[in-house]
Design a protein around this ligand. Structure first.
Ligand SMILES: NC(=O)c1ccc[n+]([C@@H]2O[C@H](COP(=O)([O-])OP(=O)(O)OC[C@H]3O[C@@H](n4cnc5c(N)ncnc54)[C@H](OP(=O)(O)O)[C@@H]3O)[C@@H](O)[C@H]2O)c1
Length: 256
């Protein structure tokens, strides 16, 4: 499993398991199955209402806590209550720390340097190994850097062939911010003929082609599925490689 290095000697596996809209027993079963299938990175959030199931699945998997990378996110409405919200997440997950804690959305559409300051303090306390943001524009990331001198380790944003944005990617990299792509499959027409042709050539599915394409661009990706076959399939993207012209054709889908 390839991983990307984040500040502070933290290693983030480049394929993670998304859990939005998985609740209750379905969430527990899906996360446990994902861990059995080999995922070592689970993406949750206070707003997903499944931190309890994620935490239980991690414990019941028998894996060591330090072998599973767990992300959670603070809702924008928790501005001013960051410390309590993180404490609640840790309590519900049943862990002393998360590997990555994100600001889920810019609070009231603003960068919110005071919230970022709280994140820096949580990292200093050891409750979050790495900290970052989600759904931030480059200018908002710059506001956080200007206010504190500390860039977010990660910006989790929607990414798929139709949303491919090389400029945004290089702006992030210039600032030392790792791009983590969400809704990779939802954001894609999986019956697109370009994907179908490339998938057939490699004997894989269009979904696997899309996930492999993210990795080829160095973008961490967190597909969600509630189905065992798709959970396994979405991690099985290391047995084939896309040729440069195939990557270019998928990039061009962004212009369609
Ligand atoms: N930071 C944010 O604001 C934010 C926003 C959205 C998402 N996220 C995170 O990113 C994760 C992924 O995004 P997402 O859940 O929106 O969408 P996604 O992972 O792109 O797509 C999930 C959808 O694709 C289907 N699917 C999964 N694997 C498939 C496959 N191999 N072939 C065909 N269809 C497949 C799933 O159906 P089945 O379940 O029926 O298989 C589900 O309907 C979320 O779960 C969440 O953790 C973050």
């Amino acid at each position: 499993m390839p991983a990307v290095a984040l500040a502070g000697d933290v290693s983030m596996p480049m394929v993670g398991f998304g859990t939005w809209q998985l609740r209750g027993r379905a969430a527990y079963r899906a996360v446990l199955l994902a861990l059995e299938a080999g995922y070592r990175h689970i993406d949750t959030a206070t707003m997903y209402g499944n931190e309890d199931e994620v935490g239980r699945a991690v414990r019941d998997s028998g894996l060591d806590r330090q072998d599973v990378f767990i992300t959670t996110k603070v809702p924008p409405s928790a501005a001013g209550r960051e410390r309590e919200t993180l404490a609640a997440s840790l309590g519900t997950l049943g862990t002393d720390y998360v590997d990555l804690w994100l600001i889920h959305w810019p609070p009231a559409g603003r960068a919110a340097p005071p919230m970022w300051q709280e994140f820096l303090e949580a990292r200093s306390r050891g409750q979050a190994r790495a900290i970052g943001v989600s759904n931030y524009r480059t200018g908002q990331v710059d506001e956080l850097i200007q206010a504190t001198g500390q860039p977010p380790a990660v910006n989790q944003i929607p990414w798929s062939p139709s949303q491919h944005d090389p400029r945004r990617l290089s702006e992030s990299r210039d600032r030392g911010v790792v791009v983590e792509g969400y809704s990779p499959l939802k954001g894609t027409r999986l019956d697109d003929p370009v994907l179908a042709e490339i998938a057939e050539r490699h004997g894989v599915t269009p979904a696997q082609v899309v996930l492999r394409w993210h990795l080829d661009h160095g973008i961490t990706v967190i597909p969600k599925s509630g189905h065992p076959d798709r959970i396994r399939q979405n991690l099985d993207v290391f047995g084939f490689a896309l040729a440069p012209d195939e990557v270019a054709r998928i990039d061009a889908m962004s212009a369609d």
